[in-house]
Design a protein around this ligand. Structure first.
Ligand code: MN
Ligand code: MN
Length: 291
């Protein structure tokens, strides 16, 4: 698909995507307190379907030092006095994605929430055609430093492609050298992460979120039962991320299929991203069309 055509198709669906995401946020606002994170993630995913879209990736519920890419597989109860909870969900209609996140927290480090919210809102205003794509990050850096905090320098916003959650351009949370400018009509997922730690995230395992990247290599999987699981995942989620709990097969087989898929370079695994000093991280994100 040509870029102009993609922009046009995206625009047709944007209002609906935005409206559904707002209704999902209303649902989360009412249900987050003391929630069981596994139940909450499943209920959010159900809500998205009820409202006429599909989850673009497993709902991320990342707590405290975990910045992103954690999706619950086990029961755990939220206590907002102790837990800085980042909920990040994506929805899509026909492969056109809307990506959004917000932090909930009632504990003593309110300055992190305040700084992240302010940096997010101020930097968002600079996402407009003609502006260089390094301006938002520069603003985030400045506002974080006013609070003596740091942005996560290896995370940031991104373009959204057709059935592709992370597309070009990559827009860091700090200033970086580039001549690239925002293009009118382009959908951008802009997200800001701020921490009271070192300001970068490290990979942590086991991974909980996966994505099919090379379905053409499927014949490298010799066991038919395992091949069937990966083929099913591709049919259902295409090139969008998924979780093990989305695969309704015997647990051991799912485990094996994913391990084999990763080994054979058919499946990409998203490592869990943890702040390098295990410090608190807050996040806010929304999706806009560049004007
Ligand atoms: Mn997101
Ligand atoms: Mn995102």
């Amino acid at each position: 698909m040509k870029l102009e055509e993609y922009f046009e198709e995206y625009k047709k669906r944007f209002d609906k995507l935005k409206k559904i995401s707002e209704e999902v946020w209303n649902y989360i606002d009412k249900n987050i307190e003391n929630a069981n994170i596994l139940e909450l993630a499943k209920n959010i995913e159900e809500k998205i379907k009820e409202l006429g879209a599909k989850p673009a990736f497993p709902v991320n519920i990342s707590i405290n030092e975990i910045a992103a890419h954690y999706t619950p597989e086990e029961n755990f109860y939220i206590d907002l006095e102790k837990h800085m909870v980042k909920i990040d969900f994506g929805i899509h209609i026909d492969g056109y994605i809307f990506d959004t996140a917000k932090t909930y927290y009632k504990g003593i480090h309110q300055e992190i929430i305040e700084a992240t919210k302010k940096a997010f809102e101020e930097s968002l205003k600079e996402i407009k055609s003609g502006n260089k794509i390094n301006i938002p990050g520069k603003i985030v850096e400045e506002i974080a430093s006013e609070y003596k905090l740091k942005p996560i320098r290896n995370l940031g916003g991104h373009g959204l492609g057709y059935f592709k959650i992370h597309d070009k351009p990559s827009i860091l949370n700090t200033f970086f050298k580039t001549e690239e400018e925002f293009i009118s009509g382009m959908p951008i997922a802009w997200e800001v992460f701020i921490t009271n730690g070192n300001g970068y995230v490290k990979d942590s395992y086991p991974a909980l979120i996966f994505e099919i990247k090379n379905i053409d290599k499927i014949n490298l999987i010799r066991v038919a039962e395992l091949r069937k699981i990966i083929e099913h995942a591709y049919k259902e989620f295409k090139t969008l991320p998924f979780a093990k709990r989305w695969l309704n097969f015997e647990k051991n087989l799912v485990e094996l299929a994913i391990n084999e898929g990763v080994k054979k370079d058919i499946i990409y695994e998203y490592s869990v991203l943890k702040e390098s000093k295990n410090s608190f991280v807050a996040q806010f994100e929304t999706t806009i069309i560049v004007e």
